[in-house]
Every structure is written in C-alpha cells, then in structure tokens.
Design a protein around this ligand. Sequence first.
Ligand code: MRU
Length: 357
Amino acid sequence: MSFEQPVPTIVRDGDAVVVIDQTRLPHELTFVRIETLAQAAHAIAHMQVRGAPLIGATAAFGLALALREASDDVHLDAACARLAATRPTAVNLHWALARMRARLTPLTPAARLEAAWAEAEAIRREDRAMCAAIGRHGAARLADIAARRDGPVRVMTHCNAGWVATCGAGTALAPVFEAHAQGLPVHVWVSETRPRNQGLLTEWELREAGVPHTLVVDNAAGILIARGEVDVVITGADRIAANGDTANKVGTYLKALAAHDNGVPFWVAAPSSTLDFAAADGTTLPIEDRDPDEVRRIAGPGEDGRIATIALAPAAAPAANPAFDVTPARLIDAIITEAGVCAPGELAAQRPEPAHG
Ligand code: MRU
C-alpha cells in the first residue's frame, strides 16, 4: 500500500484554502486559512508553505483567490506578478502561474473564477500522482541496492522533500516511504538543514511514519559518506536546468561532492513541474538570498511552548543567507521524475506534453 498524506497540505474550503503552517512544524501541527491574494503571497514568502511543488499549488490557488475580487486581464496580470515575486528559485511557482494564465486568458472574465479553482485543483491532484510515481520508480532502485547488501538501505537526504513539501507523498522521501511500505528495510540520515532546519520536518515525517532514521548536523555528511555509512544520497530539487544542473536547498552541493568523491550514488527526485528547459545549464538559475537574520537567529519552542527565536549571533554580525545552491549534472547519477529514472543528460526525454495547447 502506498503512502498517503496524513493530512492534506493544501485543501479548498469554500471560498478559501487551508494549509499547514510550516513555520510551526515540527513542534505544532496548526493550520492557516488563506482567503485573499495577499494572504497567499504572504504564506509563500514567509514559508508558511514551502517546498517547490507545494509553493506551485499554493500560487495556483492564490490566483483563484485573487480572481474572487476581480477577474479582468489587468487584475489577472497583477495577481500573477505579485505571486511570482514571492520566491525566485522554485520554478514550480512560475510553472503553475504560466499554466493558470494559459488556461484563463482565453476565457471571458466571468468564466475565469470557476476555471481557476478547477485548474488549481488539477495541479494539486496531478502533483499527488507525480509524487506516487516518483515513489514507485525510486523504490524499485532502492530495492536494487537492497538486493546487493545485508541490512537496511542507508539513504541520506537534505532539507525536506517529504509530504509536507508537496501535495502528495513527497519527492526525495517518496521512494523511502514507498520502500518502507513494501517492507524493504531502510534507514535515513537526516541533516538538520540550517538555517531554517527543514531537516526537522523530515525527521518528524519519518518518525510519524515509523521509518528508522537518525538526525545529524549538516557538517556530519562528509564523515558519514566517507566511512561507508551511506548507500545513496537522495535530494529533491527546486529547479533543474535542461542539462541536469540542479538548484536545491543550500548544502546539497557539498553532499553531492562528498558522494562523488566516495563513489556513492547521488539521485535527484522531482516532478516534471521542476524542470526548467528554458535554462540551458545551472549558471542562470536564480538563487534566493534570504534575510541574514535567519542565520543569526534560530527558532524553536520557548518555555511557554510558543515558537520563538533566540539569537545565535549578535545583530551586528555580518551574515549572508543564500538559500539554495547548484549541483552540477556531472555529480548527479540519476534524476527520478514521474516518467521514470534517467541520467541528467537524458532529461529531454522526460519532458511532458504541454497541458494546454
Ligand atoms: O526553502 P524551501 O524549504 O522551500 O526549499 C525546499 C527545498 O529546497 C527542498 O529540498 C527541495 O527538494 C524542493 S521541495 C520538494
């Protein structure tokens, strides 16, 4: 039996959508009701929703919310521009907006609102199916590794590419959940992923699902890989260029280097909505620079149980916060999409048919 989301990450509720507030995970599972374009843009920019596929779906629903107010061309364009400006790296955001625009622009303004809800729902449903297919393809590859060794397949991942990052079972974690559901023994090394610690969401997801795992600091990856304690590294992606160069959460590149140096396979798992064929290679992929205060401070539950931040470094400490890095295709052994598993150089064959003419 395949893994299903324990609770939906995004769901329509009448004229609104409800999402998990990921800024409070893993300490509290709470929800945010989003009723307006402004609230949708805020939720993406402030990472109440995060993860490339979920950002894309949220932008699509955000556009539907925007059209409740007005649905002429001027408002449609303005709403797309506002949502597009929230986060630059995850191409799923721009893919979803382009798809919504292609669907809505030919319609009369009066017909756009219902069509927008339907298209956003289709994006959500299709993402769920893509995650499931990634899970099946990846689990078959994990089974190949399992057949060659005693004991669990030891997977290392980075950031969170699990169910909370998507509308389904996840991307990098989908093969893990699927393998676990099939009875294949797996163990996951989870790196905390400073500065925002999305690894803690991965740890929580795996703990809730009963998948054996161990949380480590980001800098432990090198020694674990060098000591032969990792069979495969699997990460997600925020944007994959035509040649396979992959932008993903900062720190991914260092794991890929360590894996390459030690002959450990490095796989990227992502739906086709993360492929950016307009970018020939990784040199032009936009890398988000976030608030340096995310580096100087750290969030967690305070004495009263409420989420608070505390200072790690004085406010005067110069800090920089590139949120993603680019792993060159030469360090990537396989890319897993809903269409199957391929080498980075074979990505063009995974290109889906356009959804709308
Ligand atoms: O900044 P985030 O948390 O939105 O970034 C998410 C990532 O970089 C994930 O690792 C990536 O795989 C995309 S989500 C499946």
